[in-house]
Write a protein that binds this ligand. Sequence first.
Ligand code: ADP
Ligand code: MG
Length: 240
Amino acid sequence: MPLLEIKGVSFQVGAAKILDDLCLSVEEAEVHALLGTNGTGKSTLAYLIAGCEGYRPTAGSILFDGRAIHTSKIHERAQLGITMAWQEPVRFEGISVAQYLTLKNRALDPAPYLEMAGLQPARYLTRMVDRSLSGGERKRIELASILALRPRLAIFDEPDSGIDMLSLRDIINVINACKENGSAVLLITHREEIALIADRASQICRGGIVCSGSPEKVAAYYKSRQCLTCDTEGCADGRP
Ligand SMILES: Nc1ncnc2c1ncn2[C@@H]1O[C@H](COP(=O)(O)OP(=O)(O)O)[C@@H](O)[C@H]1O
Ligand SMILES: [Mg+2]
């Protein structure tokens, strides 16, 4: 049984069908890349999986560990072990980095998680989470907090986006640390070189999956049909 199973999910807002009969599964401890150009529905899918306010499938179901979760609230899904890295960095202010990393588990030693995210514990543990941290530092602290949670499923939505871009090496380190923790990862990206670090990949186009398989296969397909021409010439895969 897959850890996460998305079965025929559609999401419609007014007349706009943002996701249309989308199917995707993520296995236990698997890194699965979701590859697609801008506006194809990647973040929307992430919000539907996490259970964000206002995001409930208009058709289809989402199963986690075999049980339907698509009507559960965001905190119920968090309790099951679904965690999402937001596109914008930490919004928590006024507490120390050490406190931030141990919000859920006071007994945890936060140092190794900071290190995995590329920050020296000695320099950062006592710093306050505030504007004195750069965008890149905040991003790393947030990644460390996700590692410290040891979720069953971590969703990373374009982990390289933002003001201070993280390098491919940083992202590989964090994803590998997740895997070593035993977490499954849904790695959302528009860059095929990032998808290549996954165990399996799927390409999304116009709200549906058009290609699934090894990252090499999906990346090659993505490069050949980036769907960049979709808007002017119609979808190469015949999606409406
Ligand atoms: N709540 C919403 N209402 C209307 N349109 C939306 C809503 N959320 C997203 N969209 C549209 O759906 C499409 C997919 O958006 P998104 O999931 O953010 O794409 P991606 O993350 O792949 O860039 C975009 O065209 C976006 O404008
Ligand atoms: Mg997005």
